[in-house]
Design a binder for this molecule. Sequence first.
Ligand SMILES: Cc1cc2nc3c(=O)[nH]c(=O)nc-3n(C[C@H](O)[C@H](O)[C@H](O)COP(=O)(O)OP(=O)(O)OC[C@H]3O[C@@H](n4cnc5c(N)ncnc54)[C@H](O)[C@@H]3O)c2cc1C
Length: 286
Amino acid sequence: MRLPVTSVQVTEVERVTPRTARITFEAEELDPGVGGSPDQQVKLCFPRPGQDAPVLPERNDDAMGWYQAYLAIPEAERPWMRSLTVRRRLPGTRLLEIDFVLHGDAGPASAWAERARPGDRLGLVGPSELYARPVPLGSAVAAADWVLLAGDETALPAIHTLLAALPAGTTALVFVEVADRAEEQPLPAPDGVAVRWLHRDGAAPGRPLTEAVVAAELPAGTPFAWLAGEAAAVRTLRRHLVEERGVPKASIEFTGYWRHRFTQDDAPTAEDLADAREKSAQATAD
Ligand SMILES: Cc1cc2nc3c(=O)[nH]c(=O)nc-3n(C[C@H](O)[C@H](O)[C@H](O)COP(=O)(O)OP(=O)(O)OC[C@H]3O[C@@H](n4cnc5c(N)ncnc54)[C@H](O)[C@@H]3O)c2cc1C
């Protein structure tokens, strides 16, 4: 299996909320069979100052080879790389939609998205099972009594695709934390799905979300839980579900999407490394 690394060009930019830019990209190459499944992550490569387009790692035939190729690019030219989610793959085209949270100019992804215009170019790594294991949604939901989805605005694109893929009749509780009311977005909410919006309104990231889940009356039985967003909040939620609600670890998919006060380039903390070990043990057990 080859990992696709390709160039993408912006075709459309839409502000869907004051702090969300929905950007449509056309990929130079995109396998027609990928990118349409729920919770599909990709990596985007952003140009360094002075570059019109990022220098891309060479394609590679093994899972981590592409990353070695990325590291081999001289540091001053090496693109910033960030993880994003495919919100929508437009069928029959090479178009992908990605929602960027605009959190200011501190990060290259957010700063780029704030100013993106049709014609701008980035690099795309993936979508591919080579580095991102798809959530086993069908089997996980079949084995569970109900579904819990909890995250912040960075998790909204994934939550959107997960909700759209839930089997009819699934009981699901969804908790989404956003900056304020203006950041709410329409979500698919079939029968049985209840969505609770939580507004930070200046509170610390992750606090409204963790407080709401901890205080919530949850349905009986074992859920399949999917958690994503600020890493410390995700860790708190997972601990709460395991230690106070008795949810088996194997029933919880969790990913720290970003770290308060750390960039994606900063070294992982001891807690990040512990999370990564747990996730890889879980993936091996599946
Ligand atoms: C699998 C996966 C899927 C993801 N999908 C999406 C997606 O679809 N859309 C999306 O917008 N993000 C998504 N993210 C999160 C995104 O990768 C991070 O927010 C990333 O840090 C943004 O990069 P940056 O260059 O803007 O900021 P960085 O350079 O990484 O960080 C700069 C500063 O900004 C802060 N920061 C970073 N993100 C946020 C934020 N969201 N709110 C407030 N402060 C922040 C950091 O704490 C740091 O202080 C995903 C992450 C993962 C792992």
